[in-house]
Design a protein around this ligand. Sequence first.
Ligand code: FEO
Length: 394
Amino acid sequence: MKPREIRTGVYWVGAIDWDRRLFDALIPLPDGTSYNSYLVKGAEKTALIDTVDPAMEEVLINHLDHLEVKNIDYVVTNHAEQDHSGTLPRVLGKYPQAKVVCTSRCKGMLIDLLLISEERFIIVEDKETISLGDRTLEFIHAPWVHWPETMLTYLREDKILFPCDFFGSHLATTDMYVTDGGQVYEAAKRYYAEIMMPFRTTIQKNLEKIKDYAIDIIAPSHGPMHDKPEFILKAYHSWAFDEPGNIVVLPYISMHDNTRKMVEYLVGALTQRGVTVKQFDLTVTDIGKLAMSLVDAATIVIGTPTVLAGAHPNVVYAAFLANALRPNLKFASIIGSYGWGGKAVEQLAGMIPNLKVELLEPVLSKGSPKEADFRALDNLADTIVQKHKGQGFA
Ligand code: FEO
């Protein structure tokens, strides 16, 4: 892949990682990813905006050589995470006069993470600009998308926003711009759920902050660019601001089918009552799909058998994850089974303090679920419907 011209003198010089399947040793990447770096040539100065993951540094260097870039004045670093900053040492070595342009918090992180020396930095304040001659870069501080040091870069004359992770999607594609809206919507929603959702309130503030900028292109650091920015702006607005829908997410584990019978009964009861249910068997679930389902759900019901007096470890992991992702859930419940006792309900309920949910009456069966347990599940379904209606979600 060669560099790709976006506007005269503005190039994509990133790397596509088709085969990566895990990010941060945690997040599944079913469709690979890309690390988008951009070169902006002005009449007097040249800037590189973000770099690439160090595993692919040769790709970036080859792009710069292909474009015969003899001089880089500024390496704008919107974000210190290494998938964008990791090739900085190599770039700074190749271009000894280049300065790193970033927030003061980012500077400290780059010194800690990459041992970059103090004199290589230019710190920029919120809304500060740097002139490239006939082009102007404006820096918009946008902390917590998704680290505390993050900023966005706006190329004024061309109306291009470079937001790094913000509006990104883990998607390896040769499409420069979004062509398959459905595919990109799903990848971007997955990305939002896994990376941005814990910071929903700061996402809201940052969406407000950029709303008056004229933007022709959003050029994120993962996935394709947006030449119709309203597509991704509208999606983010909905994920960050909208109230949840009439949706129940039901992650569960079943060891001897007792919990499974209860899950299937509750799914049927909720469906009959007009509630959408997303059911996840945690032995085979892609956690990205689970995270995505939490973006617009009103209720989570966790299904677990009792193992060593507590919840099944896979369920504990799912509860931990849901708590860390801080979705906009309003209600929670727990269903499952036990043999002779246990504390699964207390354990799980204690694991989700970040979720500002009302806990609805749990339903646990002793061994195989019996008539009284199914009636209790009917009651739980009725309660969920009533709560959703009460909040205007149904
Ligand atoms: Fe794509 Fe937060 O790094």
